[in-house]
Design a protein around this ligand. Structure first.
Ligand code: G16
Length: 564
């Protein structure tokens, strides 16, 4: 065996102009990473270069991914580049796998300077699918705009990258591996960790596992069904729900992570998790949930596949927050939702006199509030919910929160939801997604709508559909001033708010790798009529939204690709 120190090379490269991270990281088709020379290397070098060399040396960095196609290849490159870029120690998930919430947990546990998470989240995978790279900072949360802009600027001028091509890592064995590098005094250390155990430990300190065990496997236990959609969260579900809380093995399906997620899109919503809803329809299960590929998103279902909108789920957790032991100890400092998320949470905040924050879409905005001790629970309409135990959204945490509430209230999902609507009224909410739209057409639509709503006569304008009349009270392009550092984030979605509180919001999605995604968010509130059909209630607003935007006419589409 050759024990000579590994060589560190500096390799010349040419920059790309399109490595700007979106809502959460850089997401591109796999073939872009494979076919464009050094596309991966350039972005990874830009991440390392964005961290001061003194901060890199001697400190730890976490690496893991959702196991999708290209995960292993990328990890090999990242390890070789981390060694060459002076990173003191790497903490890598066993087999290269780590869910996004676990990564946040591990960054915080090891006091790392940050983490690189390989995932394109709910986007499809495989050789024809997507790959993605996220960079999280020392607080465990997604890098803020200042940092991602710096990475983007570096990627546009990069001339070389450093790599240690001879470094070979064994991802299958837990524990430390050390490597001697040429011209370096200290060895480079890689530690392969059991992220599932670190995460399970955190959950044991947040929830009362004895209560949950009674609910899930005691004498009068409920029946649940969890769909990991072949993403990375499967082993976490198995270890916590089955091994520890006593759920039967067959309650957790699609728990083996696969490179192509079994050919399905790992997106926990009414369209892509339709199998779970179908199976639950006959009433055999009391509770159901699905997760996305990296385990940060969740969809909550009650008996017969009753769908709990993420906005309602957040409001219900907020209203019952003291059922959760963690919050009994820590107290609740503040609640937050992203702007497009329904105002159901606002009603709970008002009633409980807890401060509420409305942030732009993207989990990174919550992190600042949490670090400043202002925020305890937050969520987004895009199936994200979490507390301040980490700095990411956390799918399995949301499931354990719901199960804790069910155990504490001794009620079903349906009873809990109905009680909530009776108490607060109901915020009907839906989202229309138009995927893979021509980028120019989408931008033109947004520009035209912005011009239209900026007209001083737009406010007070009335829109009538059948017997419904809506009068505009306010219209703007949402802008956020961070209460902690006063940074301003502009252009976060066009809002039309009517006098009865109903809203139409237009926003361009920031997570697609192909064309543009136009999202239209519709919301209306009813204090009394809480049992209506969401799509029926919101149909007039949808008509108005399409009339204002002329979206179908502009794009030739006849309807959304996904309705949530
Ligand atoms: C990411 C962010 C979320 C955000 C979502 C929005 O989700 O982490 O905070 O709500 O994007 O997506 P879009 O910009 O397409 O509407 P994920 O789960 O894809 O990382």
């Amino acid at each position: 065996m050759d024990n000579s120190p590994l060589r560190v090379l500096t390799v010349p490269t040419s920059p790309y102009s399109d490595q700007k991270p979106g809502s959460n990281g850089l997401r591109r088709k796999v073939h872009v990473f494979q076919s464009r020379k050094n596309y991966l290397h350039n972005f990874i070098q830009s991440i390392f270069s964005s961290i001061d060399l003194r901060d890199r040396q001697g400190s730890a960095l976490v690496v893991g991914g959702d196991g999708r196609f290209f995960n292993q290849t990328a990890i090999e490159v990242i390890v070789q580049m981390a060694a060459a870029n002076g990173v003191g120690r790497l903490i890598v998930g066993h087999h290269g796998l780590m869910s996004t919430p676990a990564c946040s947990c591990v960054i915080r546990k090891f006091k790392a300077i940050g983490g690189i998470i390989l995932t394109a989240s709910h986007n499809p995978a495989g050789p024809d699918g997507d790959f993605g790279i996220k960079f999280n900072t020392a607080n465990g949360g997604p890098a803020n705009d200042g940092i991602t802009n710096k990475i983007f600027q570096l990627s546009r001028t990069i001339e070389e990258f450093a790599i240690c091509p001879g470094l070979r890592l064994d991802l299958t064995t837990l524990g430390k591996q050390t490597f001697d590098l040429e011209n370096k005094f200290k060895p480079f250390i890689v530690e392969i960790v059991d992220a599932v155990e670190s995460y399970a430990n955190l959950m044991r300190n947040i929830f009362d596992f004895a209560t949950l065990k009674e609910l899930l496997s005691g004498e009068n236990h409920i029946k649940i069904r969890l769909d990991a959609m072949h993403g990375v969260v499967g082993p976490y579900v198995k270890r916590i729900l089955c091994d520890e809380l006593g759920c039967p093995d067959n309650c957790a399906v699609n728990c083996v992570p696969m490179e192509d997620f079994g050919g399905h899109r790992p997106d926990p919503n009414l369209i892509y998790a339709a199998d779970l809803i179908d199976i639950m329809r006959d009433g055999a299960y009391d509770f159901g949930a699905a997760f996305d590929s990296d385990g940060d998103r969740n969809m909550i279902l009650g008996k017969h596949g009753l769908f709990v909108t993420p906005s309602d789920s957040l409001a219900v957790i907020a209203d019952n927050i003291f059922c959760i032991p963690y919050f009994q100890h820590s107290g609740v400092r503040g609640l937050a939702r992203s702007m497009p998320t329904s105002a159901a949470l606002d009603r709970v905040a008002k009633a409980t006199k807890i401060e509420l924050y409305e942030t732009p879409t993207g989990w990174k905005f919550f992190g600042n509030l949490m670090d400043a001790g202002l925020l305890s629970l937050c969520g987004e309409e895009s199936f994200g919910t979490s507390g301040d135990h980490i700095r990411e959204k956390d799918g399995l945490w949301a499931v354990l929160a719901w199960l804790t509430i069910m155990a504490s209230r001794r009620q079903s999902v349906e009873e809990i939801l109905q009680y909530h609507w009776l108490k607060y009224g109901r915020n009907y909410f839906t989202r229309y997604d138009y995927e893979n739209i021509d980028i120019d057409a989408a931008c033109e639509m947004m520009e035209d709508v912005e011009l239209m709503i900026a007209d001083k006569n737009f406010v007070r304008q009335r829109f009538a559909v059948e017997d419904k009349i809506y009068q505009v009270e306010k219209a703007d392009n949402f802008e956020y001033t961070d209460p902690v550092d006063s940074s301003i984030t502009r252009n976060q979605g066009l809002r039309i708010i009517f006098s009865d509180g109903s809203r139409i919001i237009y926003r361009l999605g920031g997570t697609s790798s192909d064309g543009a995604t136009v999202r239209i968010y519709l919301e209306t509130y009813d204090k009394e009529a809480i049992f209506q059909e969401t799509q029926v209630v919101l149909a007039p607003l949808a008509t108005i939204a399409l009339k204002i935007s002329q979206l179908h006419h502009r794009t030739g589409r006849t309807g959304p690709s996904v309705i949530t």
